[in-house]
Every structure is written in structure tokens, then in C-alpha cells.
Write a protein that binds this ligand. Structure first.
Ligand code: PGA
Length: 321
């Protein structure tokens, strides 16, 4: 192991965690050949292969599994060390690692602006992805704080309610249902439906309601992005259910409308979460306090408030919310 470098270990850890050279390359902003080369050199330094390819799947060898476990411990210890040193120096500096679900991207980056002006020594790593991926990241202890709407069941976590995150039914503005009120849920079964991808919390919440109410919708297509779904609705591909926060790009507000369907909006919240045993660094604690106090007020006053006005007047948003 004499020639192994920390960089090679980081690259290897990402490949092993994603079980994919491509995804590791994306995460690390490297090219795939660079990632393969780093792993190859590391494998040489170890003296044994670290991965094996069976069919199309990549597997860790026994040596790879050992090294993966070692890497996880090593990086956890290093990041603990870094934040302890920063804490000891009483400095609000270091890296803040956040993972947020797709809809939180409409608010969290805005709140980060002010935070980052106030604490220029804090670098921020923000991952925006769906619930399934966030749970994976939490399991691997990859971030300081997580923002999500559906609480993971298999973790012992600290949960703090942040803001409302209701789900609404969206249709093209020219759709005949736009003029109707109190539309029976069953009526959605006659429409072509656009669903978020498996692993999405939005999809899970919608599916749960449909299962409970015994509704079978005709899913025309699965899409992994809220923005792409809005474009598809505007393009007449079907209707969908998304978080009301996705209606912030004003340029689309005259193309899609919120339908007044019974059982909607599905009321949910964004929560700020971290694993129960986790010691928050000063940096993470500083951001947490900012988010729960100032951040919440800024979002409610400047963002959610304006957004509601926009939705009720322009988007025929049902008065009941
Ligand atoms: P999702 O979560 O990206 O996993 O669908 C979004 C939300 O719950 O608001």
C-alpha cells in the first residue's frame, strides 16, 4: 500500500459506494478514464483486484470490501478531525455538507446566499436528489444535515419541521378540468398521468393516496425531474402531482394550472434531519440555527408568501389551502 494516495482512496470509495465508475466520475467531476486509472493504480498498490465485473454488474472483491470499510472509517475520522480542529479554533470555517430533496432546491440555495455572505469561511457542498438517494447518503453518513419530506423509517433521527410542502394536481391551463371545482379523485383515472421516478418521495405519497382510495391511474410516463414534468404537462402529455413549490418559475405559470381535486393538496412538510447520534460540527450547528430561525422567516415572508399570492391569483389555486 506504499504508493496509494488519499486521492485514489477517495476515488475508489466513490466507485464502491455507487457501484459504478460513471456515477463516481460524475460525483467527483472527473472523467471515467481518470477514475478507472486511479482504481487500477490503487489495485496495483494493494496487490489484489478490488472489483470484478460479472456480466454487466460490478462487484467488490473480498480485498475491495475490506478496503471500502477501511476507507469509510478513515474518511469519517478525517472529517471529524477537521471539524474538531475548526471547532477548537472557534472558527466558523470548514465545509457544510447538505443533502436536500428535489423540491427544496427552490428555497435552500436562496437561503444559502445570505448565510454564505455572513460566513465567508464556510464552503458549501449541496446535493439535490430524491428521497431514496438521500436515505442512502444518510446511511453512509455523508452529510451534516438533510432536508426531506418523508421520514426514513429505519433510522434513529432528530427531526425538525421546517416549512409546508403540499402536493397539488397540475394540468395544462387549457384542460377542461381547470374550470371545475371539487373534482372527484376517481376522475383522475380518466387522464393520462405523468409520475416521478421510483425512489421519489412525491411518487410514494401520490401512490399511497391512490392505493388507499383504490384509484388506478394510467401512467403515460415516468420522469426524474420536476421541471421536466412541468414541461411535459405544458406540452399536453398528461397531468401530474407535484409539490406546490415547483410552481416558482414564473414563466410557466400561464401554461399550467392547479386543479381543485378532492383529497388535495396532500399536506406535507419539509423537515431538517440528522442522525440521532451525530455530533453536529460548529459549522453545521451554525447553519441549522440559521435555517430554523432566520431562514424560516425569510422563506415564509419573502418567498412562500409571494409564491402563494402568485398561485392563488394566477393559478386558480383552491382556496382551501
Ligand atoms: P422527491 O421529494 O424528489 O423524492 O420526490 C420531493 C418532495 O417530497 O417534495
Amino acid at each position: 500500500m506504499r504508493q496509494a494516495t488519499l486521492h485514489q482512496l477517495k476515488v475508489f470509495e466513490a466507485v464502491a459506494r455507487h457501484n459504478s465508475f460513471t456515477r463516481a466520475a460524475e460525483e467527483l467531476f472527473l472523467t471515467q478514464p481518470t477514475v478507472s486509472m486511479q482504481v487500477k493504480q490503487l489495485s496495483k498498490a494493494v496487490g489484489l483486484p478490488l472489483f470484478e465485473q460479472v456480466g454487466k454488474r460490478l462487484y467488490l472483491t473480498t480485498a475491495g470490501k475490506e478496503l471500502f470499510g477501511t476507507c469509510k472509517e478513515l474518511f469519517d475520522r478525517l472529517s471529524e478531525f477537521e471539524s474538531k480542529i475548526a471547532d477548537l479554533k472557534g472558527l466558523k470555517r470548514g465545509v457544510l455538507r447538505l443533502s436536500v430533496i428535489t423540491t427544496a432546491k427552490y428555497i435552500i440555495p436562496r437561503l444559502l446566499g445570505l448565510f454564505s455572505q455572513r460566513y465567508p469561511g464556510i464552503d458549501i457542498s449541496l446535493k439535490v436528489t430524491n428521497h431514496e438517494r438521500i436515505s442512502e447518503r444518510m446511511l453512509n453518513n455523508q452529510d451534516d444535515l438533510y432536508v426531506m419530506s418523508q421520514l426514513p423509517e429505519d433510522f434513529d433521527i432528530n427531526v425538525h419541521s421546517f416549512l409546508e410542502n403540499p402536493l397539488v394536481v397540475l394540468a395544462p391551463r387549457s384542460h377542461p378540468l381547470v374550470k371545475e371545482t371539487n373534482i372527484p379523485l376517481q376522475r383522475l383515472a380518466d387522464e393520462l398521468f405523468i409520475m416521478r421516478e421510483p425512489g421519489s418521495g412525491t411518487r410514494q405519497a401520490v401512490q399511497k393516496l391512490f392505493d388507499e382510495q383504490n384509484i388506478k391511474v394510467k401512467v403515460k410516463l415516468d420522469l426524474g425531474s420536476n421541471e421536466a414534468i412541468k414541461q411535459a404537462i405544458a406540452g399536453g402529455l398528461g397531468i401530474s402531482v407535484l409539490s406546490r413549490h415547483t410552481l416558482t418559475s414564473e414563466n410557466m405559470n400561464n401554461e399550467i394550472a392547479v386543479l381543485d381535486v378532492e383529497h388535495f393538496p396532500i399536506r406535507r412538510h419539509w423537515y431538517v434531519i440528522y442522525p440521532a447520534g451525530k455530533q453536529l460540527s460548529i459549522v453545521a450547528k451554525t447553519f441549522f440555527d440559521y435555517l430554523m430561525n432566520e431562514g424560516k422567516v425569510i422563506a415564509e415572508q419573502n418567498f412562500i408568501h409571494n409564491h402563494n399570492i402568485n398561485v392563488t391569483s394566477d393559478l386558480n389555486y383552491p382556496a382551501k389551502d
